[in-house]
Design a binder for this molecule. Structure first.
Ligand code: GUN
Length: 298
């Protein structure tokens, strides 16, 4: 059989960012201000610093205002809650994102609960998780929303397809399963206690791997022709003579390529979608905040 098609998340994300940029300009023209995203980083986790920098740059490139708040690692919960309250009240701020993970002294759930759900562009607030659970409009976490966009773009109607989501995190696995259910797929959530995982995965027309274990899903777990979405971004130990190891997903890519119908590469698959969807969510928050109807087709 022919090699799997590559799902080009990078190109899809670029096109989405371009659309968001056009609408952001139209919004600024109508509303007299740019859509604004506040990004809060507590501490100096190197990966988080990279993500937060990338989010700020992407905002600027899409014609949005970015407000970065970098706080010391020993910030108290009271100080962070007071910043969030200020951002909740700030008319220039449409979206608020608190980069996770937070340092140990801070209660993540309490911090997220303090964000105004209408500014919760990450979709992490329990109000938004609840809206998703009951099928109401709300903010949906960026990574799974990006995955469902790629799947619908590739497959069209997902009705009746067997989907297996590996991983049950609040940020990816659970919302992913809900989005697939909403799209009329038959959904299984697999996780670390699942028995016979290879057999379960072999049923799937759609596999979404979101476990954070390098190359765990092997090629012979994949049903021929299945669509594989690899959410994992894992850095392998460096090879001799190299400073940094290779980035790999949760799927053994070369093996899966021989069996799948289509697959997202790592890097360049799901990764670029997350920030593009964050910008989209921020734009939608801005329209709602300004009392204007959101554009269709985002
Ligand atoms: N940490 C890892 N991914 C994310 C994300 O999508 N949003 C936030 N706020 N923190 C993260």
């Amino acid at each position: 059989m022919a090699e799997a098609a590559l799902i080009d998340g990078k190109a899809f994300a670029q096109a989405l960012r371009a659309r968001v940029g056009e609408y952001a300009a139209a919004f600024a023209h109508q509303a007299g201000r740019r859509p604004g995203l506040a990004v809060v980083l507590v501490g100096d986790d190197p990966a988080s610093q990279v993500y937060v920098g990338a989010k700020g740059k992407a905002c600027a490139a899409a014609g949005m205002a970015s407000f970065e708040h970098r706080l010391p690692a020993d910030t108290s919960e009271a100080a962070l809650l007071s910043l969030i309250e200020r951002l909740n009240q700030d008319e220039a701020v449409d979206g608020i994102l608190v980069q996770l993970p937070l340092p140990g002294q801070l209660d993540e759930q309490a911090i997220i609960a303090a964000i105004n759900p209408d500014k919760d562009v990450d979709g992490f607030h329990i109000i938004n998780a609840g809206r998703l659970a009951v099928g109401q409009t709300g903010f949906v976490p960026c990574t799974p929303l990006g995955c469902i966009m790629l799947l619908k773009d590739r497959l069209g109607d997902l009705s009746g397809l067997e989907a297996v989501v590996i991983g049950r995190s609040n940020i990816v696995g659970k919302p992913m399963a809900q989005l697939l259910t909403e799209a009329n797929a038959t959904v299984t959530i697999a996780h670390s206690r699942t028995r016979n995982l290879p057999e379960v995965v072999r049923r799937a027309d759609i596999v979404v791997a979101a476990v954070g274990r390098p190359e765990m899903v092997r090629g012979d777990w994949i049903k021929p022709g299945a669509t594989v979405i690899d959410v994992g971004i894992n850095r392998l130990p460096p090879e001799p003579g190299k400073d940094r190891g290779r980035l790999v997903g949760d799927v053994a890519f070369a093996e899966a390529l021989e069996v799948a119908g289509a697959i997202t590469p790592v890097p360049g698959g799901v990764g670029p979608m997350t920030i593009a969807v964050l910008l989209r969510n921020t734009l939608i928050a801005a329209y709602a905040h300004a009392g204007m109807p959101a554009p269709e087709g985002l």
